[in-house]
Design a protein around this ligand. Structure first.
Ligand code: SF4
Ligand code: SF4
Length: 426
């Protein structure tokens, strides 16, 4: 057989040499890369769902760099080049840049699953894990990882200050007491004083609904989701074990969070580690309570709003089944907003599995601030184009990004976490 034919057979049977690269998930990386048809669909939203060409792009890093090497397809080519030994792997700064200047938002993944039954995001995340394992670290990420290691958070805050957002609340401290439900605030709500109101309102509403709820206070640890997305799987596992042990000691059966990153970590990653704790995002829990008649809105909130789907609440939680729609928590926030009297709800151009990212994911907020800001600014421009007076989201990371973007662009658009509107309507 000619070497060309042998190569063809090798590619189609995925029978690669069994060295370190090809064991476990690294094997899958190459297989997935070979499945890439170079169709380019991962740069766009679904053409059949596209409402406006101006808002047709799907991949923030490709839109920002205007260079295909950064796109999902480009990354697949670059990674395949590395796996095949055609591109330099060691101390290649450009490789780190291509792999890390990416929101890990999964917009490409949604399109590729749809058009090609392929999961490219898995490849990027595994490549990051491989780089970290081999000590090829992005210097900009080091402060976040140090903060996680020393203070259990991603915000460079002190562990002792983690529960300050709740110091004026009467709520059970689950490092000393037990409760059925734990509200997990997450790093952004705990350390960004502008967002303390989200956690405080969540506790007030849960208590009003008669829920036996507590918080871990300063014993709460970062969910670890950001560490996972940045490739630090050992650090992720440490964080996850801290929280799982604390929940076990406090006899927690259900965890509720208002943060989409935490939700993704608990719902997808902790479950893979065998966690049986029931997980709700606050929007799911409130939607359930509305349907059970336990929450009734009595006040009008006269406001025209659009809703931003956080990536980690939507497509990043997808249980991939070929041929099926990309799953995610899309309906509960919309049901809530449509139930509030006075609210006029309008959809954005890119929604649900095709939503444009806020620009805070995957470590880019910290490592690539200009790219991160470009991503947020684009979403704010889209929100304004809907004619809405306010953009509503269900994630403190998105809210922080949007608040900064509105200030930077000197726009008058209001930014809300959905829980604030729920509070106004009760
Ligand atoms: S959509 Fe998938 S198959 Fe098409 S170019 Fe992108 S990664 Fe490759
Ligand atoms: S994860 Fe998001 S930013 Fe990264 S390549 Fe895919 S669409 Fe682009």
């Amino acid at each position: 057989m000619s070497s060309k034919a042998e190569k063809y057979m090798e590619l189609n049977n995925h029978s690669f040499p069994k060295d370190d690269w090809y064991y476990g998930y690294y094997y899958d990386m190459k297989k997935i890369c070979h499945n890439c048809a170079r169709c380019g669909n991962c740069r766009w939203t679904d053409p059949y769902e596209m409402k406006e060409a101006r808002f047709g792009k799907g991949c923030p890093t490709n839109a920002y760099h205007l260079f295909d090497g950064y796109s999902c397809q480009g990354k697949m080519d670059v990674i395949l080049g590395v796996l095949d030994g055609r591109l330099n792997y060691d101390n290649n700064e450009k490789l780190l840049d291509v792999i890390y200047a990416c929101d890990t938002c999964g917009a490409c993944d949604a399109m590729c699953k749809r058009s090609r039954d392929t999961e490219p995001l898995k490849v990027f995340l595994d490549m990051r894990a491989k780089l970290v394992e081999d000590g090829q670290l992005l210097p900009q990420h080091m402060p976040i990882i140090d903060s996680m290691k020393k203070e259990d958070n991603t915000m460079m805050g002190k562990k002792a200050d983690r529960g300050n957002w709740a110091k004026d609340l009467k709520v059970k401290d689950l490092s000393k007491e037990t409760a059925e439900v734990c509200f997990h605030a997450g790093c952004q709500i705990s350390f960004n004083q502008n967002l303390w109101k989200v956690g405080q309102t969540a506790i007030k509403i849960l208590q009003k609904m008669g829920v036996d709820v507590g918080i871990l206070d300063k014993a709460e640890a970062c969910c670890g989701g950001k560490a996972y997305d940045m490739g630090y799987r050992g650090q992720y596992t440490t964080m996850a074990e801290n929280n799982l042990n604390a929940w076990k000691t406090a006899k927690v059966k259900t965890v509720i969070t208002a943060c989409s990153d935490c939700y993704f970590a608990f719902k997808k990653l902790y479950a893979d580690q065998g966690s049986e704790v029931q997980v709700y995002h606050l929007v799911e829990y409130i939607d359930k309570m509305i349907k059970e008649g336990k929450v009734q809105f009595t006040k009008s909130v006269p406001l025209k709003v659009c809703y931003h789907d956080p990536c980690h609440l939507g497509r990043r939680t997808d249980d991939y089944t070929p041929g099926k729609a990309i799953s995610g928590v899309y309906d509960p926030p919309r049901n809530i907003l449509k139930s509030i009297p006075g609210i006029e709800f309008v959809e954005m151009f890119r929604i649900k599995e095709y939503a444009w990212c806020c620009g805070s994911g995957g470590g880019v907020r910290e490592a690539y601030p200009e790219f991160s800001q470009f991503t947020a600014d684009e979403r704010i421009i889209e929100a304004i184009a809907t004619g809405a007076e306010a953009i509503v989201t269900a994630c403190p990371w998105c809210e922080a990004q949007f608040n900064e973007s509105v200030d930077r662009q000197n726009e008058r658009l209001k930014v809300y976490d959905i829980i604030e509107l729920v509070d106004q309507a009760l």
